[in-house]
Design a protein around this ligand. Structure first.
Ligand code: PXP
Length: 251
């Protein structure tokens, strides 16, 4: 079975748009687990633009599925990870200006540094995955770092034109996937996967885990919006008819 890691960063993005308490990623994690998520994935960015320290602490206490922390190779974040002990850490590149994680990690140019961080995390009982583009040299360097898993960056596949271009990107992922599986490592993939493009990636030989965020959160808004609007309309017109208490309305 392929495990689904649900990335809930964008629940926190909506909360941070108003710096309020809702929606709470901790609730989103619980609902994702109820829906069958095998893992909850969050990226604690250095600038804390969405997920923050309070979220990761509470998620560590409440998530019963696998907690996967996406993190940059930065001293502060590494020490938070060692203390938090998520079940898994996925090391990603991070740039402040980017809208989302734009490329894979460049392991080739910093093998020793990344190798040391991998060992440090593993010594704390954390399974370590590296987020890599499907480039053979990066994959070889990643495997040599001593990690247990590689998450292939599916961004180029997701943005490729359906047809020839997308098939080419899938082939690159398949080749990289073979290298990872042949080396005895766990094969993960993620980024830009949607209900429309996920199946060819799920079908890659040896696929173990897919991490999907934006598309699931976007769909959750759409399938849940109708009910949320109907609930507000009932509340303002026929207050007593609401299924919920809405405590503060009592004054
Ligand atoms: N995997 C990794 C390593 C990521 O950085 C992200 C984005 O935070 C994802 C998966 C999920 O990507 P998306 O939100 O496009 O599904």
């Amino acid at each position: 079975m392929i495990e689904l890691g649900v990335n809930i960063d964008h629940i926190a993005t909506v909360r941070q748009a108003r710096r309020t308490f809702e929606p709470d990623p901790v609730w989103a994690a619980a609902l994702s687990e109820l829906g069958g998520a095998d893992g909850i994935t969050v990226h604690l960015r250095e600038d804390r633009r969405h997920i923050n320290d309070r979220d990761v602490q509470l998620l560590r206490q409440t998530v019963t599925a696998k907690l996967n922390l996406e993190m940059a190779c930065e001293k502060e974040i590494v020490s938070i990870a060692c203390e938090l002990r998520p079940d898994q850490a996925t090391i990603v590149p991070e740039r402040r200006e980017e809208i989302t994680t734009e490329g894979g990690l460049d392991v080739l140019s910093q093998k020793t540094r990344i190798g040391n961080i991998v060992s440090q995390l593993r010594e704390h009982g954390i399974v370590v995955s590296l987020f890599l583009a499907p480039e053979p040299e990066q994959i070889r360097a990643g495997i040599a770092c001593g990690c247990e898993a590689v998450e292939l960056h599916t961004g180029s596949y997701a943005t490729a034109k359906p047809g020839c271009e997308r098939r080419h990107e899938r082939e690159r992922l398949a080749e990289a996937g073979r290298m990872i599986v042949d080396a005895g490592l766990l094969l993960h993939a993620g980024h830009g996967l949607t209900y429309h493009n996920v199946l060819p990636i799920a079908a890659l030989d040896g696929m173990k885990e897919l991490n999907i965020g934006h598309s699931i959160i976007a769909r959750a808004l759409m399938v849940g919006l109708k009910e949320a609007v109907a609930e507000m309309k009932r509340l303002i017109n026929v207050p007593g008819s609401s299924r919920y208490g809405w405590p503060e309305n009592g004054g």
